[in-house]
Design a protein around this ligand. Structure first.
Ligand SMILES: [Zn+2]
Ligand SMILES: [Zn+2]
Length: 348
């Protein structure tokens, strides 16, 4: 089969490799129909990741068709359409058994320790089939849309950790695909005012279709001033930093209201300097600062249901499609951030 292999820092190559073999009892083979490019794929390509050993197929926002199942697999059959997420609970440790497998110390993930989706086929090992984020795609949901259940699941995880209440004001810094998903979920959770902030004007324009109440271009306007104007000087109940920016994390502390919450949703590169803050900002405001990352299989299943019911529109976030042969172009396009979501489709 054809597969895009991560072969080391800044090396991604299309290769002919043997079609993977699966565990004959509990494994499964899926023909990949769509795999979206995630910011973390780009981070792996440029910076590597301790959980990714080259050569490896990366890519973890996946949908495809089951083409082979182990004898003892009951939940799936050949021909099933499935969406596959990233974090795979080991199923054995206390975190996994308590339902937060994204905190698992082993932290297995598709496209990290396990082969990912930038290939014609993806093998799923017994742990993934049994405990992982693998779910049937509801009828009527296209493969490429179902692939985006993975990032949507991460957004659900984020909002479970920093919940919104009716009428709350939320500021989302970063109007990329994840920011747009968070904006839609915030609306469903009852936010009174959804404020989307983004540096690049082009991306902010593309985010307009997702009906936030306020759009702030932070290259043209002062974020602090504008948020204060929009909140009567009080600040936001919830600030989600949905971008990889130390500066945005610092700004978040300035625009949260007393007793409000901050979620550092976007991870920073490993070599990023530490965030220096005046802790009195937290002390006197009694605000809550947390982070969130990844998701658990339950949230991946819920994401598919929200997509099916039309409550969250992820399909229109897809702005570019590339065949697997043009994986390098796909990554470049995603990196330029001109569009929103870039999807790689291995079979044409
Ligand atoms: Zn992702
Ligand atoms: Zn575990």
């Amino acid at each position: 089969m054809k597969a895009a292999l991560f072969e080391g820092i800044d090396r991604l190559a299309l290769r002919d490799v043997p079609t993977p073999e699966i565990d004959q009892d509990y494994g499964m083979l899926v023909r990949v129909k769509a795999c979206a490019v995630c910011g973390s794929d780009i981070r792996i390509l440029h910076h590597g990741n301790s959980r990714v050993k080259a050569p490896q197929v990366i890519g973890h926002e996946i949908a495809g068709e089951v083409v082979e199942v182990g004898r003892r697999v009951n939940r799936f059959k050949v021909g099933d359409r499935v969406a596959i997420g990233a974090d795979v609970p080991c199923g054995e440790c206390d975190y996994c058994r308590d339902g937060y497998g994204n905190e698992c110390r082993i932290n297995y993930a598709i496209g990290y320790q396990f082969p990912g989706g930038f290939a014609e086929y993806i093998p799923l090992n017994p742990i993934t089939v049994q405990y992982g984020p693998v779910h049937k795609i509801p009828d009527g949901v296209p493969y490429e849309t179902a692939a985006l259940a993975e990032p949507l699941a991460c957004c659900i995880n984020g909002l479970e950790l920093t919940p919104l209440h009716l009428g709350d004001t939320v500021v989302i810094i970063g109007a990329g695909p994840v920011g747009c998903m968070l904006a839609q979920l915030s609306r469903h959770l009852g936010a009174g005012k959804v404020i989307l902030a983004q540096r690049s004007r082009a991306r902010l324009e593309q985010a307009r279709r997702f009906n936030a109440d306020v759009y702030i271009s932070t290259s043209e306007e002062d974020l602090y001033e504008r948020v204060m104007a929009e909140t009567g000087g009080l600040g936001a109940h919830l600030v989600i930093v949905a971008c990889a920016s130390l500066e945005a994390q610092r700004q978040a502390l300035g625009i949260v209201r007393p007793r409000g919450m901050i979620n550092f949703f976007g991870g920073l590169p490993v070599d990023s300097p530490p965030l220096e803050i005046l802790s009195n900002q937290i002390h006197y405001r009694e605000c809550f600062v947390t982070g969130s990352h990844g998701s658990v299989p339950r949230q991946h299943r819920l994401a598919l249901e929200l997509i099916r019911s039309g409550r969250v529109d992820v399909g229109s976030l897809i702005t570019h499609r590339f065949p697997l042969e043009r994986i390098a172009d796909a990554f470049q396009m995603a990196e330029r951030k001109e569009g929103m979501k870039v999807v790689v489709e291995p079979l044409g």
